[in-house]
Design a protein around this ligand. Sequence first.
Ligand code: PLP
Length: 469
Amino acid sequence: MSRPEGGWEGGEYERLAAVALPAVARYVEESQRGTRPVSAPPPLEELIERLDLRRLARDGGLDGEDFAAWLERVLEHSVRLHHPAEIAHQVAAPDVPSAIADLVQGAINQPMSIYEMGPAAHAMERVVVEWMTEQIGWPEGGGGVLTHGGSLANLTALLAARAAAAPDAWTEGVDGTLAVLAPPSTHYSVRRSVAMLGLGERAVVDLDVDEDERIVPAGLGDALHRCREAGRRPMALVAAACATSTGLHDDLEAIGAFCREHGIWFHVDAAHGAPALLSPAHRHLLRGIEHADSVIWDAHKMMRTSAIAAAVLVREEWRLEAAFKQKAAYLIYEEPGETASSLLERQVECTKAALGARIFMNLAFRGPDGIGRYVAEQYEKTLRFWELIEAREGFECLSRPESNILCFRYGRDGQLQVRLREHLLRERRFHLSSTEVNGERWLRMSVMAPATTEETVEELLDAIEEAAG
Ligand SMILES: Cc1ncc(COP(=O)(O)O)c(C=O)c1O
């Protein structure tokens, strides 16, 4: 039978894949060996020009002939996440099984929010979420859902907290009396969620933090008092494991006990740090996480999956469904069942990518132990980098790292740190990030690639000294 007009042409798929697969494999290997410079983007308009994007979008015309050359140009302008000197952001250097999951899903396309729309992918999400709740150590009854990112996971968790504190808010809206207690260093998506949930950003009551921006547990009573004085009642308290800027962990044990004592919903943003639960030597950093009412966990940070695959997890599964009170009659079954399983009642998204497959493939091939070893190696390496940096004259670190995020600086001038970062990137030798902690500017590294070594950091410090003159 001939192929229908517009139908899938297997031959084309295989021809394009035969170009793309070796090109991508070569790109990742070169990145990993550090034989190519790190990526430094040209101005946006110039890049649009170089890749001929406008013409191709308007007129089409890319074919098998020029695909190879065009793809090379795309790769040349992509961030080399496996590169030893790519130490800027908390973005995973994906592992092979998860990359293959994306390849497969790209063709079979299983938007699996309801079981019948992607049975295998749906089952993988269910199992991954179940596995995550087990790692947290909650008693029976926990559950969750995967979301397109930690920001959406934070929003979903706070929506569940809102439903617990004000069950009528879904139909009646909020009345201006709710508050969320969080440190000023909390990820911006928390404040944004509070505003989106209709509480208004002013509903965030700042918690006291120490010089490393960690929540001071002894200051919690005072914050609660301030909250009540302002005529508000706490809807949730947010702690970090670990904080985006510093990579440091809040004291979940003490904060959890405070929340229990005062009946406050305890939300732990473990977007970055949750996979440390898989490393026996680092689990202790999350001690107390089991006291949380909700937790978020990004797999696309430390579980080596491509962006994006996050989870929102709750101690009591029903709390998530209580958060969403809508019915979409054409999709949602009246009664859940073996083949009527649906995630729509507990998530913002309708159509969803097969997020569970990305996570599942890494788990299935590497095992939780393998992922735990990766986390341990990145964390331990970063501790050695801290020693190296501290030993160099003129350099200092913010604090001893607890994860693979490390803040450091050369001298104390904030502007100098900004100039140094830009200079290194212009030279295409190192890609670092930068952050403010307690009003002071620091250089910041997120050590995501297995290829980053002590030699990389020695060279980085030499380059900084040279650039600073
Ligand atoms: C602690 C923390 N929470 C939430 C987020 C947001 O996650 P996402 O980028 O997946 O939306 C981040 C991202 O860096 C983070 O570090």
